[in-house]
Write a protein that binds this ligand. Structure first.
Ligand SMILES: *[C@@H]1O[C@H](CO)[C@@H](O)[C@H](O)[C@H]1NC(C)=O
Ligand SMILES: *[C@@H]1O[C@H](CO)[C@@H](O)[C@H](O)[C@H]1NC(C)=O
Ligand SMILES: *[C@@H]1O[C@H](CO)[C@@H](O)[C@H](O)[C@H]1NC(C)=O
Ligand SMILES: *[C@@H]1O[C@H](CO)[C@@H](O)[C@H](O)[C@H]1NC(C)=O
Ligand SMILES: *[C@@H]1O[C@H](CO)[C@@H](O)[C@H](O)[C@H]1NC(C)=O
Ligand SMILES: *[C@@H]1O[C@H](CO)[C@@H](O)[C@H](O)[C@H]1NC(C)=O
Ligand SMILES: *[C@@H]1O[C@H](CO)[C@@H](O)[C@H](O)[C@H]1NC(C)=O
Length: 486
């Protein structure tokens, strides 16, 4: 019922919209910066963490309290760090710093706060870790010395994840969920392992400590068809994951753009770290980039094919934010691997130009970028997408620094043993306060993915029919869209 109304609303918006698109002159850095400021300001209207009674650092959620899972807050602050880094606008730096520190889970400082146990995947924790790493790499303002530090936070995420590397099943790999009792604990997926790989490659380059590079290589090997479970196949498709009961052979063939791009960015760091002297990394980088650009851009515009269907948007709230990571991390890869600049940047530019057509003049942006018009499908993810596409156009502007290392200007204090005070299993045993709603909220990706595939047939019928038994998997959108109609 709710969903039917929403379809009607979207159709109405698409038909009635006659507003001008966001004005951007892509040949002018000033114009891009100005458009980015408008879109950033609109994005931050979704953040209420500084208001009385609200929790700092998070977007409204997790479901059923609001549409956004905890990880998306971590993704937001990474987006805002790039916004500052590329535009030099410091407006949101204080909120960004406070948020990344508040959610760190002091004194363990491992991004595993018990508040979020019910939806705590390695990928969720890892998104906060990647944003902390970005803060170190961009020399974002350091917190006061008595507070957690960016590099050490990324190391804590790395160390806690390395300690969870699981050789009991599938000869290695990280599980999706961290707590044993979460749905999805029996699933080993590409996103969890890709995020771990990404952080490891960046720590290798930043610190020069080869242990991180060895872990990255081990993770790639485990994912790949050559030596591992085959989540990355010979053609550089990156599939979603599989279950431990089946020795990770029941591979779910769904593909998501952010997984591939998180791997690409990590490969870019390894290419740069090894100075292009290890063809194994540079070759993989070239091939995965080629494949990913062909899968996730249609006529030069970013798409999310497993849920952005011709006649319907089937994406969960999570998935509605992937295009922004795709743009930002592909752009950053052209800094680490300049040989890819002529291949990647023209596509990012046509995609960003399409994106601008999907926004209103006030900086409210839709989700679909390839229809030449605003589609009325709005949210924090859609705003992060638009902002990511805009700021990525500034990546080669004069004065924009590339990721630093400890030896080339990095100032963030590290701690190779960070995260070793984490005793998560014990903490979880004591936490019997999870509600049923929380558990359902954690969901399982298989349900979502199946739903997406079925959605190709079923969802569109839903604009005319009921979808009451829609699986309430993690990230299945059930907040904002329907709440608005109440
Ligand atoms: C955890 O939840 C409590 C209760 O809502 C809140 O007061 C606290 O600020 C939260 N802490 C974090 C790190 O989210
Ligand atoms: C390198 O990283 C590993 C893994 O975290 C750590 O055990 C080791 O102490 C580090 N070495 C140095 C010299 O920091
Ligand atoms: C599990 O799969 C691996 C290949 O990834 C294979 O080498 C191994 O023999 C399999 N183990 C079992 C118990 O089937
Ligand atoms: C590593 O990055 C720097 C900074 O962008 C770049 O100048 C250099 O060419 C890169 N190295 C390789 C091997 O691409
Ligand atoms: C990918 O590689 C194929 C075959 O080499 C080539 O035809 C195509 O242009 C490449 N795509 C991109 C985006 O570079
Ligand atoms: C592809 O993009 C070009 C220029 O951006 C446009 O002229 C053309 O109509 C587009 N083709 C399709 C099929 O959308
Ligand atoms: C980083 O550089 C500083 C100053 O050059 C040095 O004291 C420190 O040991 C370095 N840290 C690492 C992890 O290499």
């Amino acid at each position: 019922m709710k969903i039917r109304l929403r379809c009607a609303l979207l159709l109405a918006l698409a038909v009635n919209d006659s507003s001008a698109a966001l004005r951007v002159d892509f040949s002018s850095a000033d114009s891009i910066r100005s458009a980015a400021k408008t879109v950033a300001s609109n994005l931050m209207t979704y953040y209420h963490g500084t208001e009385r009674g609200q929790i700092p650092g998070i977007l409204p959620g997790p479901p059923p309290k609001g549409p956004y899972y905890w990880w998306e807050g971590g993704a937001l602050w990474g987006t805002m760090i790039d916004y500052w880094h590329y535009t030099t606008d410091t407006t949101y730096n204080t909120e960004t710093e406070l948020s990344l520190v508040f959610q760190a889970n002091s004194p363990q400082n491992d991004y595993m706060h018990p508040n979020w146990t019910a939806s705590l995947g390695n990928d969720d924790q890892g998104f906060w870790g990647m944003s902390a790493m970005l803060a170190a790499e961009t020399t974002f303002q350091n917190p006061p010395p008595d507070q957690p530090q960016w590099l050490a936070l990324a190391q804590a995420v790395f160390n806690t994840q390395a300690s969870r590397w699981d050789t009991d099943y599938c000869r290695g790999g990280l599980r999706w969920q961290i707590p044993l009792s979460n749905n999805g604990y029996n699933y080993k997926n590409s996103i969890a392992n890709a995020v771990f790989f990404n952080i490891a490659t960046r720590l290798a380059r930043y610190t020069g400590n080869d242990t991180y590079a060895e872990w990255a290589a081990k993770t790639w090997d485990w994912m790949s068809i050559e030596k591992g479970v085959g989540y990355i196949d010979a053609d550089y498709n990156v599939f979603d994951g599989a279950h431990v009961e089946d020795n990770c052979t029941d591979i779910n063939l769904a593909q998501f753009s952010y997984t591939a791009v998180i791997l690409i960015q990590g490969l870019g760091f390894l290419h740069n770290h090894t100075n292009g002297q290890q063809p194994i990394w540079s070759t993989r980088l070239r091939l995965l980039t080629n494949k990913t650009l062909s899968l996730f851009f249609s006529n030069g515009t970013a798409v999310e094919p497993s849920c952005e269907l011709e006649n319907a948007i089937q994406c969960t709230t999570d998935m509605l934010s992937f295009k922004g990571y795709v743009h930002r991390w592909l752009a950053q890869t052209t800094q680490m691997a300049p040989f890819l600049e002529p291949i990647i940047m023209p596509i990012l530019k046509t995609s960003a130009q399409s994106m601008a057509q999907s926004c209103l003049e006030d900086g409210t942006c839709g989700f679909r970028w390839n229809r030449g018009a605003y589609d009325g499908n709005t949210g924090a993810g859609q705003q992060m997408n638009a902002l990511g596409a805009l700021v990525s156009m500034l990546v080669h502007e004069p004065g924009v620094k590339v990721a630093v290392t400890n030896g080339t200007g990095g100032t963030s204090p590290g701690d190779p043993n960070a995260g070793s005070n984490t005793h998560f299993e014990g903490q979880f045993e004591m936490d019997n306060t999870l509600t049923n709603g929380d558990r359902v909220g954690a969901g399982i990706v298989t349900t979502i993915v199946l739903a997406s595939l079925l959605g190709a047939f079923g969802w569109m019928a839903s604009c005319a029919g009921e979808v009451d038994n829609w699986p309430e998997g993690r990230g299945v959108e059930k907040g904002k869209g329907s709440e608005k109609l109440k």
